[in-house]
Design a protein around this ligand. Structure first.
Ligand code: ASP
Ligand code: MG
Length: 403
C-alpha cells in the first residue's frame, strides 16, 4: 500500500465549510493511497488558548500550557473525522498520546523522536482514514507535550518519515512557495521545485510558508514535500533533494524580515576577548545574535561593534549590556528601523559575481547597506526598513525572477 500524508493548516480547517472542503480532498486521495491526515487547530484557536493561559499567570505552568494549547488540534481532528464518517467513510481521530507519538526535550519545544506504527497501519489496511493531531506528543513521563508554534508541519513530516510515505502534502492558504512574498510584490512567481537547503534559508529568513524546524526534519529524512493550497486545485511547490533539481536561475528567492533590531557599541576597546565578553552573557540568556560587524580601529585602541538581534530581545539586551562591567564603551545605539533582505539560491555556489550584482543593484536605488552576512547559498544585507520594497523590486528584476 502506498501511503501519503496530508497536512491541513489552521486556515484550511478554519470554518465548517472549509472542513467539508478538506474532507473532499481527503476522499480523492483515498482512492489511490493509504491516507494519513494531520491537522492543525482551527485558525485563531491556539492563540486564544495561549491568551487564556496569560490570564491565569505570566508564569503559567509549562506542562499545563502544553495540555491547554494542544487541545485545539483535538477539536479540529474530531470535526474532520466526523465529517468523513457522515459521508460514509471509515475514519477516526487519534490524539498523539493514543498512538503514541513520543517526544523528547522541554515542554513547549519538544521534538518527535519515535512514532508507534502498529495501530495506524492496521487501521489503514482495513481501509480506514486516521486523522491525527499535529503539534502534540507525549514524553517519557507520560505528559502531553507540544513541539513549538507551527509544529503541525513537523508532525506531518515525522509521520511521513516513520510510515515511509511517498510524499507529504502541506495544504495551506497560499498555493506554493513564491520567489518573494506575493503580498509585497505582484510579479512574484511560484517556484516549481526548491531544495531543502534553499527552503530552510527562505523560511528562516522571513518566508512564512513553513516552519524551519520541519524543513530540517524533512531534509535529514529525505521526505518529499509539496506545499499547495486547499482552496484551489493548482499545482504547488515541490521541496526535495538538491540533485533532483534542474534550475537555470542563479537566485531562487528573496526574503525580508520585520523583526530585526540593530545594536551598536561605539568606542569599544580593541583588544582580544572583548567580543567574547559582549556575546557570552547574551548567549547565556538565550539571545540569538545574528549579523555581526566590527570596524577596524583607526587608532588601534578603539573600535565600533554592530550586531543584530530579534526586536523582542531588545530590552533584555539593553539591560545585559548596560550591566556588563567587563566592557567599556563610549555609547550604545539601538535601531528598530531595520530589515534584513536576503537573496537565496544554490546557483550562487557556481556563479561568480552575485554579490557584486546585488550590491550594485541596491546602490543604483541609493539604498545604503548597513551590515552584510553570507553563507554558501545566501547573501543578506541589513537596510533601513523604508527601503525594503524598493530593494526587493530591484533585486527581483536583477536576478530575473519575474520571468
Ligand atoms: N496550532 C498550532 C499553532 O498554531 C500548531 C500549528 O498550527 O501547526 O502553532
Ligand atoms: Mg498553523
Amino acid at each position: 500500500m502506498k501511503i501519503i500524508v496530508l497536512k491541513f493548516g489552521g486556515t484550511s480547517v478554519g470554518t465548517i465549510e472549509r472542513i467539508k472542503k478538506v474532507s473532499k480532498i481527503i476522499s480523492k486521495f483515498n482512492k489511490k493511497y493509504g491516507v494519513i491526515v494531520v491537522s492543525s487547530a482551527m485558525s485563531g484557536v491556539t492563540n486564544n488558548l495561549i491568551n487564556l493561559s496569560k490570564k491565569i499567570s505570566k508564569n503559567f505552568s509549562v506542562s499545563e500550557y502544553d495540555v491547554l494549547v494542544s487541545s485545539g488540534e483535538q477539536m479540529s481532528c474530531a470535526l474532520i473525522a466526523a465529517e468523513l464518517i457522515n459521508k460514509g467513510f471509515n475514519s477516526r481521530s487519534w490524539m498523539s498520546w493514543q498512538i503514541p507519538i513520543n517526544t523528547e526535550g522541554k515542554h513547549k519545544f519538544s521534538r518527535i523522536n519515535k512514532i508507534n506504527k502498529t495501530q495506524i497501519l492496521s487501521y489503514l489496511k482495513k481501509g480506514g482514514i486516521p486523522i491525527i493531531t499535529g503539534f502534540q506528543g507525549i514524553n517519557n513521563k507520560n505528559r502531553i507535550t507540544t513541539i513549538g508554534r507551527g509544529g503541525s508541519d513537523a508532525s506531518a513530516i515525522m509521520l511521513a518519515k516513520f510510515f515511509n510515505a511517498e510524499k507529504c502534502i502541506i495544504f495551506t492558504d497560499v498555493d506554493g512557495v513564491y520567489s518573494t512574498d506575493p503580498n509585497k510584490l505582484r510579479s512574484a512567481k511560484k517556484i516549481k521545485v526548491i531544495s531543502y537547503e534553499e527552503m530552510l534559508e527562505m523560511a528562516s529568513l522571513g518566508a512564512k510558508v513553513m516552519q524551519p524546524h520541519s524543513i530540517q526534519d524533512a531534509r535529514l529524512n529525505r521526505v518529499n514535500i509539496e506545499v499547495r493550497s486547499s482552496f484551489n486545485d493548482k499545482k504547488g511547490t515541490l521541496i526535495t533533494k538538491r540533485n533532483k533539481i534542474i534550475n537555470n536561475k542563479i537566485i531562487t528567492g528573496i526574503t525580508s524580515t520585520t523583526n530585526d533590531a540593530k545594536v551598536t557599541l561605539l568606542g569599544v576597546r580593541d583588544k582580544p576577548g572583548i567580543a567574547a565578553s559582549i556575546f557570552k552573557p547574551l548567549s547565556e540568556n538565550s539571545i540569538n545574535v545574528d549579523m555581526v560587524v566590527q570596524n577596524i580601529s583607526a587608532n588601534g585602541k578603539q573600535t565600533d561593534l554592530t550586531f543584530t538581534i530579534k526586536s523582542e530581545d531588545l530590552n533584555k539586551t539593553k539591560k545585559i549590556i548596560s550591566q556588563n562591567n567587563k566592557i567599556h564603551f563610549r555609547d550604545l545605539i539601538f535601531d528598530k528601523n531595520v530589515s534584513k533582505v536576503s537573496i537565496i539560491g544554490v546557483g550562487m555556489v557556481t556563479t561568480p559575481g552575485v554579490t557584486f550584482r546585488m550590491f550594485q543593484s541596491l546602490a543604483k536605488q541609493k539604498i545604503n547597506i548597513q551590515v552584510i552576512s553570507t553563507s554558501e547559498i545566501k547573501i543578506s544585507v541589513l537596510i533601513n526598513k523604508k527601503n525594503v520594497q524598493k530593494a526587493i523590486l530591484s533585486l527581483h528584476k536583477e536576478f530575473k525572477l519575474n520571468i
